[in-house]
Design a protein around this ligand. Structure first.
Ligand code: ADP
Length: 211
């Protein structure tokens, strides 16, 4: 999680971004405060990595340290704290119903489950578009015919990091990952307990940068 900065700390950060390198004394003058008053705030900003300080130079803003911090954070955050609700349909549901579901739930990907409620497949928007072209009986066509099916589904576990999830999304050229709990490791049987999408990762990234 990002640190919530006080109004004064944000002001200091802004001054250093615009005028750095700048001494503590100069920052204090700009804010009409004493250096002693500012000392704890400067210490917090320096420890958090938002500011760097060099003796005889002063405080300066280091965008690279921000980036490093964000990357470090992304690799510490766990999937289980960011996952969204999975939108699931039976694999026997029709393509027509899946299209309705995509609109109703405002999602880009649906997960399908078998009779036992375990992960069977993934259906993306393009899967549905492909099925809809030249097929005029979408109410009769089960999604199981068009879905990407197990064991080819890329999944993520709740205790994996957001960085690992982001890497899986990018390396596999996909928009979403079902978050799963293993029911039977050898048989690759999974219960779907959430979803991680490109939106999830983007939101986490923004949260970390909005200090
Ligand atoms: P779209 O097809 O709308 O661009 P994606 O890029 O997510 O959406 O999907 C591309 C293809 O990859 C589709 O055929 C979809 O079924 C499949 N797919 C999507 N997510 C996964 C996943 N987690 N594991 C395996 N295949 C997936």
């Amino acid at each position: 999680m990002s640190i919530k900065l006080s109004k004064r700390q944000q002001e200091i950060l802004q001054i250093v971004k615009e005028d750095g390198p700048i001494t503590g004394k100069q920052i204090a003058e700009k804010l009409s405060l004493t250096r002693a008053t500012l000392r704890p705030d400067l210490a917090i900003l320096t420890m958090a990595g938002s500011l760097d300080a060099k003796p005889r130079v002063g405080y300066f803003y280091n965008p690279q340290s921000e980036t490093k911090k964000t990357t470090a954070n992304l690799s510490k955050q766990l999937v289980k704290h960011y996952k969204a609700h999975p939108i699931v349909v039976q694999k026997s549901a029709s393509v027509y119903d899946a299209i309705v579901q995509i609109f109703l739930e405002d999602v880009g990907t649906l997960y399908t489950v078998d009779e036992e409620g375990l992960l069977a497949g993934v259906i993306s928007r393009k899967d549905l578009l492909r099925a809809a072209i030249g097929n005029n009986n979408l109410e009769e066509l089960p999604v199981s015919v068009i879905m990407t099916r197990m064991p080819n589904i890329v999944t993520v576990q709740p205790d994996e990091t957001l960085l690992e999830a982001a890497q899986k999304l990018i390396h596999n050229h996909i928009d979403s990952l079902p978050v799963v709990r293993e029911v039977d490791k050898e048989q690759k049987r999974y219960e779907v307990i959430g979803r991680i999408t490109k939106t999830t990762i983007t939101r986490a990234y923004i949260e970390m940068l909005e200090i």
